[in-house]
Design a protein around this ligand. Structure first.
Ligand code: ATP
Length: 661
């Protein structure tokens, strides 16, 4: 933090910065009506790249889309882009006045209505919180601008002849390692936070300085800023090690009967940076500080979350910071959280973590982000809907308000159709996605829970994630066992078949009468996608299809005359039930006729070039009438067509539940 040197704005600059458009919006609003409960608004500010020496591998990974949304490229997985939407987004080129006028100035008027307000700058270390809140003499931030405006406004509203007399006081404190320290009177030691009978939060003994002008403010604020605890970390030479809280109170007394009184409090808070200690390399005192910082930020996240979800219990008391803000965060208070983020790739994880925190902090109607591109590799013909990929909390958000339980912070009970067991989810999962999940799981496992930053994944979601992972592990084990069982059954069945065959051969029955598949339809055998196994296990009446190995089938075929209706069919097709075949073929045909290049690339054996050829053929010749038309596409041979069918038909058919619907 560079408070000591950065806050002394030149007088004329400050006046210029706070005059004009912004000021005219500040107006006193009549008291009386109680306002509707206000949620915490969230703005995101992207700082410009400040490290000129940043190499090519540390280029930007964040891009603004419009004044409310942005996207983050996952440079570790080029097929993934995360999108977020907030109340406001300020890009790299935004100036201090943009943030102030757009997100802070509008809430100041509420102070004169006797309401409380708070502005919190949140974000990873080095992302620009102090710059946003304090700024520099050349670019004054939120604090000097707000003070200028507020003092000006109170002077106007409290002038002689006006119904109310107004006075302004300031206090300045820091919360360092869960201690409340008075920056205006550092010798005071740790102060206690109390609540009066009307629910107002007080800090007995905290210094309050009356201020009537900006000069007064500077006189107290600047030396006090130097008392704030800062320290060097690997990521920021002057890193704020505490939450700095500037409290500005506006008192109003009515000059005439009935001599009412009002008090509005404004908290302007430069939070300490959220820290991933694996990157900061913090040890000893820095680590202790960091733990306290992360814990209180984690509680702040929970509080904001609870407020915006309308929870009955808001855990204000779980940290000093939230306890202090109890009467200024939630209720009728007006709060804005400014999440500061950095553009460089090396901040990717911090950025996503900060944005996820911030996204939870607003009422997210839409999903906070979508995995824009989920291009599966050639293995996976089955596409997943975004909802299938979401965890319970995101899924709840994605379902939209009409499906949510009113007033319940917990995920709503799933309807019968939504009540998918993890097994079903897993079995529906694109193998590529499954592989990614598993490798993520392995990665998490190898890092250990100790290594994970407390804040990097919010607790509730972390617990859910870990639970889901555990369930998935169990299901994978169960599936593997099931597959082994089935394979054993197949082997046993094959042995029985072989014996029967030997017996029947020795009985010298006419060859033409012996057809394995027709005479014993239930004894077709084996290896199916996990999904099919699961679905069939769920439906005991469904026949067990066991596909025989090709070599053995040929051997049998050579003993048997071909059934006339099977002539012309591919040998592998004979081993799949006709309903499955038809379903799979229909799905392939639909995809061939309606799928985009990207959809087609999701099919096995279809790469970019073939997908383009298919789409091109379709445009030229119209829809495919049957899947075999694929052969007519230039560059696709009949052999390729057959192997394409073979590779895709079961997977696609299995995407739908088997059996009568
Ligand atoms: N919007 C911006 N424009 C120009 N420079 C910026 C901007 N935001 C931040 N910076 C610069 O980036 C550096 C880090 O910013 P700052 O100290 O404000 O980060 P911080 O989030 O407060 O970090 P910490 O949590 O460690 O205190 C500073 O040199 C600051 O001047």
């Amino acid at each position: 933090m560079d408070a000591g040197v950065s806050v002394r704005p030149r007088r004329c600059e400050m006046v210029a910065a706070t005059s004009g458009v912004g000021r005219s919006r500040l107006s006193k609003v009549g008291a009386g009506r109680s306002p509707p409960p206000a949620r915490v608004r969230v703005a995101v500010r992207l700082r410009p790249s400040v490290d000129q020496a940043a190499g090519e591998n540390d280029g930007p990974c964040v891009r603004g889309l419009d004044s409310c949304s942005l996207e983050v490229a996952n440079w570790r997985n080029h097929q993934e882009t995360l999108k977020y939407q907030f109340d406001a987004f300020y890009g790299e080129r935004s100036c201090q006045q943009d943030i102030y006028a757009g997100s802070v100035q509008p809430i100041l008027r509420h102070l004169l209505e006797g309401q409380n307000a708070s502005v919190l700058a949140y974000g990873p270390t080095g992302a620009g919180k102090t710059h946003t809140m304090l700024g520099s003499p050349e670019q004054p931030g939120v604090i000097p601008r707000a003070l200028m405006d507020l003092l000006q406004l109170t002077r106007e509203q409290g002038a002689e002849g006006q119904p109310w007399a107004l006075s302004v006081t300031m206090s300045y404190l820091e919360i360092y390692q869960e201690k409340v320290l008075d920056l205006l009177e550092p010798s005071s030691g740790d102060l206690v936070i109390r609540e009066d009978c009307r629910g107002n939060i007080l800090i007995p003994g905290l210094t309050q300085k009356p201020i009537t002008s900006f000069t007064d403010f500077e006189r107290h604020f600047l030396p006090a800023s130097r008392n704030r605890t800062v320290g060097a970390t690997r990521l920021n030479q002057r890193s704020s090690r505490s939450h700095a809280v500037l409290l500005v109170k506006v008192d109003q007394r009515e000059r005439l009967a009935p001599f009412r009184q009002r008090e509005g409090k404004l908290y302007l808070i430069d939070l300490a940076g959220s820290e991933d200690n694996r990157r900061t390399g913090n040890k000893g005192l820095r680590l202790k500080e960091s733990t306290a910082i992360n814990t209180s930020l984690f509680v702040l996240g929970k509080v904001v979350d609870a407020l915006n979800q309308g929870s009955q219990r808001v855990p204000y008391r779980d940290s000093k910071l939230t306890r202090l803000l109890q009467d200024s965060l939630g209720g009728s208070a007006h709060s804005i959280l400014i999440a500061n983020i950095a553009p460089e790739r090396r901040f990717f994880l911090d950025t996503v973590s900060a944005l996820n925190f911030a996204a939870r902090s607003k009422e997210v109607i839409n999903r906070p982000f979508t995995n824009e591109s989920l291009q599966p590799p050639a293995m996976a013909p089955v596409k997943l809907s975004q909802k299938d990929l979401l965890g319970p909390s995101e899924a709840k958000k994605a379902r939209g308000p009409e499906e949510e339980e009113v007033g319940s912070p917990e995920p709503p009970a799933a309807s019968a159709s939504q009540r998918l067991s993890p097994l079903q989810k897993l079995s529906n999962m694109n193998p590529a996605m499954l592989e990614r999940l598993l490798s993520l799981d392995r990665l998490l496992g190898s890092q250990g829970s100790q290594g994970a930053s407390t804040l990097s994944t919010p607790k509730r979601e972390r617990i859910l994630l870990m639970k889901t992972m555990e369930e998935k592990d169990l299901e994978i084990k169960r599936l593997k066992m099931k597959q082994k069982e089935l394979e054993a059954k197949v082997l046993a069945q094959e042995a029985v078949d072989a014996k029967e065959k030997e017996n029947s051969l020795t009985m010298l029955q006419p060859l033409a009468r012996r057809t394995v598949t027709v005479a014993k339809p239930l004894k077709k055998a084996v290896v199916m996608p996990l999904q099919l196994i699961q679905e069939q296990a769920a439906s005991p009446s469904a026949e067990i299809h066991i596909l025989k190995k090709r070599g053995r089938k040929r051997k049998l075929d050579s003993l048997e005359p071909e059934e006339p209706e099977e002539k012309g069919k591919h040998s592998w097709e004979l081993q799949i039930s006709s309903e499955l075949m038809a379903l799979g073929r229909k799905k392939i045909l639909d995809l061939l006729n309606e799928g985009s290049v990207r959809d087609l690339r999701g099919l096995q054996r279809i790469g970019q070039k073939k997908a383009q050829l298919i789409v091109g053929w379709r445009e030229l010749h119209g829809p495919f009438s049957q899947v075999e038309d694929l052969e007519r596409v230039e560059g696709i041979s009949s052999k390729q067509m057959e192997s394409f069918l073979k590779a895709n038909i079961l997977g696609l058919a299995a995407d739908q539940p088997c059996g009568p619907s």
